[in-house]
Design a binder for this molecule. Sequence first.
Ligand SMILES: Cc1ncc(COP(=O)(O)O)c(C=O)c1O
Length: 358
Amino acid sequence: MDKVATTLQSVNTPAILVDLDIARRNIQRFQAYADGHGLKVRPHIKTHKLPALAEMQLRAGAVGITCQKVSEAEAMVAGSLEIRDVLITYNILGREKLEHLAALARKVTLGVVADNETVIDGLSAAFAAEPAPLRVLVECNTGADRCGVPTPEAAATLAQRIAKAPGLVFGGLMTYPPANGAAAVESFMTRAKVFLEAAGIAVPVITSGGTPSMMHAAEAPVTTEYRPGTYVYNDRSLVSRGVCGWEDCALTVLATVVSVPAANRAIIDAGSKALTSDLLGLTGYGHVLTRDDIAIDQLSEEHGRLVSEGPINLKVGDKLRIVPNHACVVTNMVDAVNVIEQGEISGVWPVAARGRIV
Ligand SMILES: Cc1ncc(COP(=O)(O)O)c(C=O)c1O
């Protein structure tokens, strides 16, 4: 059970496979684009949650990492001495989180975001007596309608509050735009920057993100930094958007056929607890590599149903590799991933920040 399998055939399933050669290529491809356009890269690690992959991203040229949660950042920092610059792109609230944040800030260069005064005031109270101020960026809504201040004017007002708050320094502007949002980012951020500079406040960083439009990041030249996450693995949702091909998908779920109850139907041992029920607007729960004719049309927790229009041509015991709809949520389902290099399993890596959701 705990032995490292040496071949794909011997891996205990369902299991997550990470092809490091593909991940490395994905990392280098975007880093080269960013370097060519004078953009800094700060990958979002929620996709892999693996300190060793973050190190690969840093060695390729990333300036630091992005995390979504304080505990996620703690696990990544504990897992690698190379991770020394972290941006947490989340409104942080509550005594316990703030205490952990302050402790983390004593170890590494840390930044966080805020889109409201309550968060800023909480951060200020927690950092007023700390040895160094906390860097706080204003989160801006450039069209995704999740968090973020709605206007450049509101961004400038919040930035001024940060600049005056004890224990804090204004770190810049952050957004997570919708796909194809470069024009909106450019217009929002340029205006916010003008307001702030007129008020005598410099904007050291303007950070944007998202894999679907990453190869268009430079179309918002006001941006100084980009945070891609899923790009390291890619997934079925990105293939369906035309962002990449199956050959660029580094994460797959390895599953075993456990039953072939009908000529056009087979059941695998990966259900929603491995593939997740995330559809991301797609039909079906994943893509079986090399079998375009098969649909994964139903999941229960531990069963996945495969159907095909013609004979399914599978037998009990067959192993299949599946590209999930959404790689990031699959990562969070397992304690460890099987790493592949040059087609062979080269290790089993614990998913250090798995389940770190607070
Ligand atoms: C704040 C923030 N930045 C960056 C990303 C990375 O986006 P993607 O996985 O599309 O590259 C995400 C994804 O959820 C995010 O929430």
